[in-house]
Write a new protein. Structure first.
Length: 381
């Protein structure tokens, strides 16, 4: 009997000590209303979702591509169907994306980015999607959805942006979120992006945000820093790999993240190069079914790429030379992005033949359609 009580007493004392320790660590905050059965259930659900995401990432091997791309984007091996597919452009900051938007405006495409949902135009809280011209009859056409923010993407999903068919092209800096939520297996899309060497991109960002007081990320205090000083403290590292992985800027990325990013771009993205802008736009036009023989298209291409045309949306700044101390710091801190960019250079060369084959297929289909129409006319006669 005495031994039984001593064991019970010991168990009680151990349990008491454990509880006291937990309370002292504020794991169970006394008097906190959030500490309730419901909050425990919510917290447990969040932990379970987090574990599920980590498990899914672990299960993705280097030969895999991200599920949002595999399930919701057409592979490059399938010929485009522009009438039934909505293309998405991944806007990587300071990599030529603004120029692509301007060209889309010139081509009079119905654009979804941020402009159509700006509060000043009065359509940011609409319960239905519309395509309209915010600046009047001669201005560009926008859809009243914001695909440049997380909340905007979720609103666009709720309103059925892609199924509506209102958008001719969607611009976003969140490819994983936008493709996962706006597209599905019944409404698959096409993804494209312009790429720039990560070091050049970051140097451009450094100088641009010193003067761009219209941007939400305006940093006039950077004027007091040298490129080297800024490079040492900058936390915008491996931006592209993190965006494809759906990770925050302060998160870590690995060689596995890089491998999956490479495979995803290879199988589901049309890659363009900022320093080969004209050729990149030509390829994007083929994918989107834009006829470059039409007068308006030729006029737009001439406006942006004609002989003697000055670069638009260009912020002149000192160049950081490859091999310099500043360059090496940025290259080392962005080593995964540098490797991804080098792989994109290979993809750009490889994709030329694939995209050219689309043009040939379209020409053959058009030729077949013409012959079929002639046969129908003869039969009627």
């Amino acid at each position: 009997m005495t031994n039984r009580w001593s064991k019970t007493d010991a168990a009680f004392l151990i349990g008491f000590c454990v509880l006291a320790t937990l309370f002292s660590l504020d794991l169970f905050p006394v008097g906190d209303e959030s500490f309730s059965p419901r909050s425990l259930k919510v917290g447990r659900a969040k932990r379970n979702r987090g574990k599920a995401r980590k498990k899914a990432t672990r299960e993705l091997g280097s030969e895999a591509i991200y599920p949002w791309a595999e399930n919701n984007l057409q592979p490059l091996t399938v010929n485009p169907d522009p009438k039934n597919e909505v293309p998405l452009f991944w806007h990587i900051p300071k990599s030529g994306g603004t120029t692509v938007e301007s060209i889309a405006e010139c081509l009079d495409l119905r654009i979804t980015n941020r402009a159509g949902a700006l509060p000043k135009f009065g359509h940011d809280n609409d319960t239905e999607l519309i395509a309209y011209r915010p600046w009047g009859a001669r201005g560009p056409t926008y859809v009243n959805a914001d695909t440049t923010s997380n909340s905007g993407i979720l609103r666009a999903e709720h309103l059925g942006l892609v199924p509506s068919g209102l958008a001719d092209i969607i611009f976003t800096s969140y490819p994983n979120l936008a493709i996962a939520h706006l597209y599905d297996e019944s409404h698959k899309g096409r993804a494209m992006g312009l790429f720039r060497h990560p070091v050049d991109r970051l140097v451009s960002k450094f100088y641009y945000l010193q003067i761009a007081d219209w941007e939400r990320t305006y940093h006039p205090n950077w004027k007091r820093l040298s490129v080297k000083q800024w490079a040492e403290v900058n936390n915008d590292n491996n931006f592209m790999v993190k965006k494809l992985a759906g990770k925050r800027m302060n998160a870590q990325v690995s060689d596995l993240d890089l491998a999956i990013a490479m495979r995803t771009l290879q199988e589901r993205f049309y890659v363009g190069m900022m320093d080969q802008m004209e050729e990149s736009i030509r390829r994007f036009n083929i994918v989107m079914g834009i006829d470059e023989t039409k007068e308006n298209t030729k006029k737009c291409m001439e406006e942006y790429f004609g002989h003697g045309v000055e670069k638009k949306n260009s912020n002149s700044h000192p160049k950081v030379e490859e091999g310099s101390e500043e360059w090496e710091i940025l290259a080392e801190k962005n080593s995964l992005d540098v490797r991804l960019y080098e792989y994109v250079l290979e993809l750009f060369d490889e994709q030329k033949e694939t995209i050219e084959s689309y043009s040939m297929s379209a020409f053959e289909e058009e030729d077949t359609t013409v012959e079929e129409e002639k046969d129908i006319v003869k039969e009627r006669e």
